[in-house]
Ligand binder design. Structure first.
Ligand code: UD1
Ligand code: CA
Length: 464
């Protein structure tokens, strides 16, 4: 017998006030639905189904073949969404974990515990509940004096007394497939919204089957996200949780409340993260590295003892002992060797450098393959774009490029080349050469008398 999961994710998420489907909304730069599917994958669930509707292609594009999909053309309520899966899941022997697509902080261990309780109690339907100090907006759990669950009343359908109930419906259930999906056809839509509520299944099922509850202890795990304020709250919980894990694992964080680390980031013990720093995507930071302050690192690998200060590093790799910043920008597969210095206001795009190379100030290095021990003078630019196509620059080892040099690509500079400051280089330079490409200086002596204005030679003027 298998365990299944069914995620209800067809809604637009009207309260988000956005065209993006709610479940595709990012939390710490990762779509909400990915957190959910990742945790379901880690749990005892064998197969995952999603109910999709509004802009389904966006969600499918995020998850690809990690789930199976059923469609709900018109969003007539959570019960109606579940009905869309009845033809598939209703036939399969087993139990299904049903959850909304807007509860992103669910944790796989919690899923497993809910399954355990469901089986231990021999339930046909388990409702996952939580006790909230501020239950507004959630469905409330109705119990009889013996404490058994009798039903769920939605916030908008609740009377004054029912609104004071603090036990809420998390929207998460485990159901016995064959029993639940058969009974589902009995759902009606006689309520404030005229929708088919999955929550009405409690009253329907308890007549013939065993319905029980599971109450979570950690409320943040089951928070529902309905608007952008809730996104910020979810990020705050997640940030605190992730940062704590890293700190317990040996990562120093200065002012951790200003530091955001994504879900899939790997940071080795011995790393220091300074304030106002965001590290996201599939990033790896190796030991001894110092990241921040005021930096962003996304989808990148930062090797041992690298320092990144006041800088942006996207989709790039930086090797050992290199310093990046202040105010540097590495992007699109920049691959920086070890012991480099990528300094003040230097941008590196789609380029690689060997070891011991330096671009300390004000340079643009794009589409370039750069050797070791190269020195980029202040203001060096690889002129890679002719308005139509991008062209490559190749620079050998030990090249010394004088300040304010333009290297007009495509171009190849050999090893041990010395380029004079201010050169605009348009032709390849073979190894061991000196190149100078600027107009000669003309100096005209005794020129003051020809000048006008305050610099003019006053005596000469007076004589006239
Ligand atoms: C729902 C519950 C409420 C619970 C809360 C927990 C119902 C009627 N109410 O309310 O008791 O406290 O979740 O967060 O179930 N969806 C579809 N198709 C639809 C409608 C919704 O797929 O036709 C999906 C949405 O995309 C969303 C999820 O179901 O991911 C929940 O829908 P939402 O409208 O957010 O329900 P709530 O009002 O939060
Ligand atoms: Ca919701």
């Amino acid at each position: 017998m298998k365990n299944y999961a069914l995620v209800l994710a067809a809604g637009k998420g009207t309260r988000m006030k956005s065209e993006t489907p709610k479940v595709a909304f990012p939390i710490l730069r990762k779509p909400m639905i990915e957190y959910i599917v990742e945790n379901i994958e880690k749990s005892v669930v064998d197969e995952t189904y999603l109910v999709l509707g509004y802009k389904r292609e966006i969600v499918q594009d995020i998850l690809k073949d990690r789930a199976k999909y059923v469609y709900q053309e018109e969003q007539l309520g959570t019960g109606h969404a579940a009905m869309m899966a009845a033809p598939v899941l209703g036939e399969l022997e087993g139990h299904t974990f049903i959850m909304p697509g807007d509860v992103p902080l669910i944790w796989y261990k919690a899923i497993n515990r809910i399954f355990e309780t469901h089986f231990e109690n021999g339930n046909d339907l388990t409702v996952v509940t939580a006790i909230y100090d501020d239950p507004e907006g959630y469905g409330r759990i109705l119990r009889n004096p013996q404490g058994q669950i009798m039903g769920i009343i939605e916030d908008r359908d609740a009377n004054e007394y029912q609104k004071t109930i603090k036990e809420i419906n998390t929207g998460i259930y485990i159901v016995n497939n064959q029993k639940f999906f058969k009974e589902l056809s009995k759902l009606g839509n006689d309520n404030a919204k005229g929708e088919y509520y999955i929550t009405d299944m409690i009253t329907i099922m308890r007549k013939e089957y065993k319905v029980g509850t599971y109450t979570v202890k950690n409320n943040s795990l089951v928070m529902g996200v309905n608007d952008l304020y809730a996104i910020s709250k979810a990020e705050k919980y997640l940030r605190e949780y992730i940062n704590k894990e890293h700190m317990l694992n040996g990562v120093s964080m200065i002012n951790p409340e200003t530091i955001t680390i994504g879900h899939n980031v790997v940071i080795e013990p011995g790393v220091i993260v300074n304030p106002n720093t965001t590290i996201t995507g599939n990033t790896v930071i190796k030991s001894g590295a110092i990241i921040g302050p005021n930096s962003e690192v996304h989808n990148s690998v930062i090797h041992e003892n690298v320092q990144v200060k006041h800088s942006l590093v996207y989709d790039s790799e930086v090797h050992m002992n290199t310093t990046v910043g202040p105010f540097a920008h590495l992007r699109e597969h920049a691959n920086i060797g070890s012991n480099n210095r990528i300094g003040n206001f230097v941008e590196v795009k789609k380029s690689s450098t060997g070891d011991n190379t330096k671009a300390s100030h004000l340079a643009y290095i794009g589409d370039a393959e750069v050797g070791s021990n190269v020195n980029f003078g202040c203001g060096t630019i690889t002129v890679n774009y002719d308005g139509v196509t991008k062209h490559k620059t190749k620079i050998g080892d030990w090249a010394f490029i004088g300040c304010n040099t333009n290297l007009i690509a495509p171009i190849s500079i050999g090893d041990n080349v010395f380029i004079a400051a201010g050169s605009t280089v348009t032709k390849d330079i073979p190894s061991n050469s000196f190149a100078i490409a600027r107009s000669r200086q003309v100096t005209k002596e005794d020129y003051k008398k020809f000048l006008i204005g305050p610099k003019a030679d006053k005596e000469e003027m007076d004589e006239k």
